[in-house]
Write a protein of this length. Sequence first.
Lengths: 302, 396
Amino acid sequence: MKTLFNSGHTACAGCGQSMAARLVIDAAGPNTIVVNNTGCLEVFSTKFPESAWGVPWIHSLFENAAAVASGVESALTYLGKKDSINVIAQGGDGSTADIGLQALSGMLERGHDILYVCYDNEAYMNTGVQRSGLTPFDTNTSTSPAGKQSTGNIRPKKPMPEIANAHGIPYVATASTAFPQDIQRKVKKALSIKGPKYMQIHVPCPLGWRSDTNLTTLVARLAVETGLYPLIEFENGVLTARRQISPLKPVEEYLKTQGRFKHLLNKPEELKKIQEIADSNIKKYGLKVSEVTPPTAGSGGT
Amino acid sequence: MKELLEGSYAVAEIIKRCKPGVISAYPITPQTHIVEGLAQIVANGELNAQCVNVESEHSAASVVLGASAIGIRTFTATSSQGLFYMAEVVYNIAGLRLPVVMTVAARAISAPINIWNDHQDVVSLRDAGWIQLHAEDVQEAVDLHLIAYKIAENNSIMLPVMVIMDGFILTHGVETIDMPEQADVDKFLPPYKAPYKLDVEKPMTFGPLVDPESYMETRYAIQETLKDVLNLIPKVTAEFAKVFGRTYNGLIEEYKTKDAERVIVAVGSVCGTIKEVVDELRAKGKKVGVLRVVSYRPFPAQQISEALKNIPKVAVVDRAVSLGSIAPLAGEVKAAFFGKAKKPKMISSFVVGLGGRDITKDSIKEIFRLLTGKEKQGEFVDLKPELLKENYEDPV
């Protein structure tokens, strides 16, 4: 199959990010310029003298893809070429929600015609699984380790879709490696809308999550089916679509697939807290199939 | 056409004539008038450019990086903390070999916060791979921007340039400026043709991961290019003289040094004051002169050692300090004589004008006087002893 993200890169076996990145660029097509933050994707796809990318691609620093993309988009506007060329800025969860949040906020606020894609594997994987602002509650990472006095990461995920929505941008969506056609549909939809767009894709990292490399799609699917990673779409701040789930599964089914949650499996009180997070998402976004009333919007996140 | 202009607006006017497609900056004193001027010029329809009002200097530098990678001419400006905040992008732009031009309104570094002029900001980024050109007055600042684009965009150079103006002294100083005419600018500076760019017709990967097998060569390449810049600058200034009638050396300027017994080496606007003192002392029969370093990077060590080799006594005047070591310019001037047979008997080093402390004619005369005594190393001039007392009592 012809792709703009070629094989031969050095991603780990079972890497969800490499799968999602290929789906994104192939949906966007060849008339696309990609600006990439530092992170796993940049490292495994562009080791000199090789490159996996079949489109113009630039990496500058860890936190500035949104700003570099703003320059790319402004230059294309100056040249009168913006309408025929897509600009995608992308990075991992750390470069998006933590160190790059300021640059991203500036890009969203200024109204640039750019699609920003956050590949969310829920920790700093490239540097050895340190917690980020998008690491889930109670996750065991190298900087939020579980121990006698700790059950892991003490905070829930930063509500990035809500933060993006708060900028009054035309399109915000979440997606998952487990639903490839959904990713591609959302990328195409986002690129059909002028202005800043934010997409956050859940991408399992078998190395950091300590999950089996052949189960990446299953693990990602369980995150959606338990309500822990709602697939939602907002247009102009209004919730316009969500993937409803039947049957809803208990969070334990998702947690037990990964070593990063192993310490929780004999702690019913912690499992209860995580189930509450899922239940809250289910209620907030109407994820049960029986739900008919789309909740009022402006509120994304998990 | 000659007109009376504030330094910052003069820079805005020359940038207008250079026709950048993307301008991005973040407010910081004393740089703001430059980008305010450009914003008004664009708002008036006098320049077709995208002005990107970013949320930080880090993003300002990132925006011009991205725009430059598309293959168009760009402009940014900053100062002091702003330059530090964009520091990693500054290095990145040079590493990516993008011909960005940036004005730096040179200013002191915090803490304590101080908005006035010295050179600690630009000296701290001297190793970033940028060409650094220091203006002495507003006219030269205007002209150096044209020269900067011409050098940066030369396809065998492809390195960014900082045009450095002393904060307030030049950015807010009002001078009669011979503003280059658009037709002459167009003749001297044709539209930028990028040798490589982000182009959907010819996809390229910029900024890949480079491991120990290849990284060193990328730094070596910049080092070698900066040697080429030393040869290119005089050629570009000669071409500039033909079109605009103003002659610059571009690397160093020698003022009454030929028969001098005492010479001060300095950069930037203070050289104007030094020249006045030189004229006064010359009138009294004293053989004194000044050597001004225009190009701080690449550093014209050969030209400096050649110009000073027969001068008995040299004073290097730094408007910066390398805390814990020899003053920056002094160290480089001394290094220029390493291994040379002919050299000054004495090279003294003085630190002046930090945080905008006035450098008066008396300060300069004192430095010339001190040159008749023992060699000085990093001597701070015009210190206030009453502020240095251990049991200093608050006067309030």
